[in-house]
Write a protein that binds this ligand. Sequence first.
Ligand SMILES: [Zn+2]
Length: 304
Amino acid sequence: MSRITIRILGTTAGVPTRERGHAAIHLSYDDGEEFCCLFDCGEGTQRQFMIAGLNLMKIDDVFITHWHGDHCLGLPGMVDTMGFEGRQRPLTVYAPEARRVRKSLAFSHSMGAVKVAPRNVPAKGSRVTALLEERRFRVVSIPVKHSTPAVAYAVIEKDKTGIDIKKAVRFGLPGQGGLYRRLKDSGEVFLGSRRIALEDVSVTRKGKRIVYSGDTEICDNLRKLARGADLLIQDCTYFDEPGPERHHEHASLPEIVEMAGKERVKRIILTHISRRHQDMGQLRDLIRGYPGFEVAEDFMTVVV
Ligand SMILES: [Zn+2]
């Protein structure tokens, strides 16, 4: 059984507060073999790892949404620590304008000691780009609409085919046993002269879809990526109606409510919260009545 665990390590917009650190989201996919990656790496991320009891050294892939400081200033420090710890494995950093990966590490003592591989992520157009193809899932990106080149990311689990035991028993197969392994491996088994094909007794479980918006106003590309998502971690810098002076670059609660309903998003976690919104009680009141909505807090754990 697979388990996707997300730890939201930083939830502020722009500047930190006593309660909220800069953007960073840790994702672990575990089905006996664990894969960990990080989305954004704001200042202080490596310390958030320690407080959360997470292991920095397990991260092989970092996905940066854009190059504003609140999403990337933790990178040089994190790479430094990896160097101190004697890291041998390379670290892949995915980002728009990937040439900036090396520039951002100019202050890292470990630059050179830790092999960092920049991977460019397209930030123009409307295409979904596959960045990382894993046995169990893939990570994709799409350009979004911010004041600088920016992208949203999604982790899309592959569909899984399993045996529906009730169906199998109806076909005369035993309730358990080695036949199932043979059926899965070869696609068929024989009971006497009767052939039973895998598709006769199988059931397909749709893979999970987890989307992280990064910083963006609501746009068609984000809608496309978020459509049908099991979880959307969404920039909600503002909880009130956006005024004309700040209609760009970020999303607000009323806009997100509209998008999530239309795109049938199952669960929405609002993050990247302006320091203007300090009162958690008040924020929870504002989302009351919107099923599936939650307000992020630093160190929040979400299992999908
Ligand atoms: Zn930001």
